[in-house]
Design a protein around this ligand. Structure first.
Ligand code: HEM
Length: 440
C-alpha cells in the first residue's frame, strides 16, 4: 500500500495555531483548529513532541478494535508508567488480560448493587457538611464524594478517617501524571513529589496488610470487593498496590470531573435543571435512590451523557505505535505517540448537530435515536475489548449521586465565574465551580 506522510500544519496555519495557543492558553482550542484546517488525521510538530492525532469513528475503530494489538498502552517515558508500574492501565498483552479477567467481575452491576445504600449514605454525609445557604466549590466536593464512594464500593475501605490526611498526597499524585513540561523533556528532574508518592504507598500497603490479616472474615462474608479479590487471587503486595493505585486515580478523578461538569451544565441551563429535578421528584418522592429506580432516571441519564460528550474526562487516549503502520492511508512510524481524540470526535460537525451546545435530548432514544451515527462516534469510555473497566460503576454512581443531590438541594452558579476546561490528568473545570446551595 502507498502510504502518505501524516499531514502537518503549513507555516501560516502553524503560526495561527501557536498564536491561539498563547492567547487562549488552551491546547484544546489549538487542536480544534488543527482538526478544522488539516483534517481527521494530523501530526503535531513541536520540538520533542510529535504525536499523530486521530479523530473520528473510523480511526477509533482502527485503534480500539481492528488493529488494537499494534497500539501499545505502555510508554516507558510517561510518568504514569513510572507511577503505576504493573497497573492494568499501563500493561499490554497477556500481563494486562490476566489482571483484567480477575478485576472485571467486581465492577459489574451485580457486585455493585449492594453498595447503593452506602453511596446514598456518603452523599448525605457530604451534603450535611455544606453550609446552609452557603457557597461550596463543587469540584472539591465531588472529589471528596468520588473518593469516599470508590474506596468503599470498590475496596471495602472507609476512607473518612484518612480523607484530610491523604488529600494533598492524592492531589500531588494526580499532578505528577498530568501533562506538563515533561512531555517535551521526558528526562526532566521532577523534585517535590517524593514525599506525596511515598505517603500514597504507605497508605496503600497499610490497607493491603490490614486486609491480609482479616482475610478469613472477608472471605467468609463473601465480599466481592477488589482488594479481597486480588488477595484471594494470589497477587503479591506490589502487584496489588499497583492495581489499587490505578483504580484509586482512574476511578475517582474521572467521576469527579463528570459529576462536576454535569451539575455545572445543569445549573447553567435552568430549563434542563428543572426537568432533571421534576424527574427526580417523580421517580423518588421521599425515598432514597436505589436499585428499583436505577433505570428510571431517563433525563438525568441523558444530561450525564451529554456532559460526557462535551467534556469527556478522558479527552484523549494515548498509545505508542508498536511497528510501522498505515492509519487511514497515512504512515505512522514505529514508536510514534498516537492520540485518539475523544474531545474532538465528540464535537465534530460532521457527526453532531450544533456540537457546542448542551442538548441532553440528543441522547433521547425515543425521539433522537443516534442510529444514523457510525459506531465509535461517541466514546467517553473508550471502546473495544479494552474499554473503561469502570464504565458501569461510573454510570450507576452518577445516577445515585446526582439524583440524591438534586432531591436534597437547589444549586445555583455563583455569577461572574470564568470557568474553562483544563487538561489535567482529566479534563476538569478550572479553577473550580462555585455554587450556592440551599436545602430543598
Ligand atoms: C465518568 C467516569 C469515567 C470515564 C469518563 C472513564 C473513561 C475511560 C476511558 C476513555 C478509558 C479508555 C482510555 C483509552 O482508550 O486510552 C478508560 C479506561 C479505564 N478506566 Fe475509566 N473512566 C471513568 C470511570 C472509571 C472508574 C469508576 C474506574 C474504576 C473503578 C475506571 C478505571 C479505568 C481503568 C482501570 C481503565 C483501563 C482499562 C484497561 O486498560 O483494561 N474508570 N476509562
Amino acid at each position: 500500500m502507498n502510504l502518505k506522510p501524516l499531514p502537518i500544519a503549513d507555516e501560516k496555519l502553524g503560526l495561527a495555531v501557536l498564536k491561539r495557543l498563547i492567547r487562549e492558553r488552551s491546547l484544546l482550542a489549538a487542536l480544534a483548529m488543527m482538526h478544522e484546517h488539516v483534517g481527521d488525521t494530523f501530526q503535531i510538530t513541536l520540538p520533542g513532541f510529535q504525536p499523530a492525532v486521530l479523530v473520528g469513528p473510523q480511526v477509533n475503530r482502527t485503534v480500539l478494535v481492528s488493529d488494537r494489538a499494534q497500539f501499545l498502552w505502555r510508554n516507558e517515558k510517561d510518568p504514569v508508567a513510572k507511577l503505576l508500574r504493573q497497573g492494568i492501565l499501563v500493561q499490554d498483552g497477556a500481563a494486562h488480560d490476566e489482571v483484567r479477567q480477575v478485576m472485571d467481575p467486581v465492577l459489574q452491576r451485580p457486585s455493585l448493587l449492594p453498595h447503593l445504600p452506602g453511596m446514598v449514605h456518603t452523599t448525605d454525609k457530604i451534603i450535611a457538611q455544606w453550609p446552609p445557604d452557603g457557597v461550596v466549590d463543587m469540584l472539591v466536593e465531588m472529589r471528596r464524594l468520588a473518593l469516599l464512594i470508590l474506596m468503599e464500593a470498590a475496596f471495602g475501605v472507609n476512607m473518612w478517617p484518612d480523607l484530610d490526611r491523604m488529600w494533598t498526597p492524592i492531589l500531588k499524585t494526580i499532578k505528577y501524571i498530568s501533562p506538563g513540561l515533561w512531555i517535551l523533556w521526558p528526562a526532566m528532574p521532577r523534585p517535590g513529589y517524593q514525599k506525596a508518592l511515598q505517603q500514597m504507598d504507605t497508605y496503600l500497603f497499610g490497607l493491603i496488610a490490614k486486609r491480609r490479616s482479616e482475610i478469613k472474615e472477608w472471605q467468609a462474608a463473601q465480599s466481592s470487593d477488589l482488594l479481597t479479590t486480588l488477595i484471594l487471587a494470589g497477587f503479591d503486595d506490589d502487584l496489588i498496590r499497583d492495581q489499587l493505585l490505578t483504580m484509586l486515580i482512574a476511578g475517582h478523578d474521572t467521576s469527579t470531573a463528570s459529576l462536576t461538569w454535569t451539575l455545572y451544565l445543569l445549573a447553567q441551563h435552568p430549563e434542563h435543571m428543572a426537568s432533571a429535578k421534576a424527574e427526580v421528584d417523580a421517580v423518588l418522592g421521599d425515598e432514597p435512590p436505589g436499585e428499583a429506580h436505577l433505570n428510571s432516571f431517563e433525563f438525568l441519564d441523558m444530561a450525564f451523557k451529554e456532559a460526557l460528550r462535551l467534556y469527556p474526562p478522558i479527552h484523549v487516549g494515548n498509545r505508542i505505535a508498536a511497528s510501522d503502520l498505515g492509519v487511514a492511508g497515512y504512515e505512522v512510524k514505529a514508536g510514534t505517540r498516537v492520540m485518539y481524540s475523544i474531545y474532538l470526535a465528540h464535537r465534530d460537525k460532521k457527526h453532531w448537530e450544533n456540537p457546542e451546545a448542551f442538548c441532553p435530548h440528543r441522547f433521547d432514544k425515543h425521539t433522537h435515536g443516534r442510529s444514523s451515527q457510525p459506531p465509535l462516534t461517541y466514546v467517553p469510555f473508550g471502546g473495544g475489548p479494552r474499554n473503561c473497566i469502570g464504565a458501569i460503576f461510573a454510570q450507576i454512581e452518577a445516577r445515585i449521586v446526582l439524583a440524591r443531590i438534586l432531591q436534597k438541594v437547589d444549586l445555583h452558579l455563583v455569577p461572574g465565574q470564568k470557568i474553562r476546561p483544563a487538561m489535567g490528568a482529566t479534563l476538569e473545570p478550572e479553577p473550580g465551580v462555585k455554587m450556592v446551595i440551599s436545602r430543598r
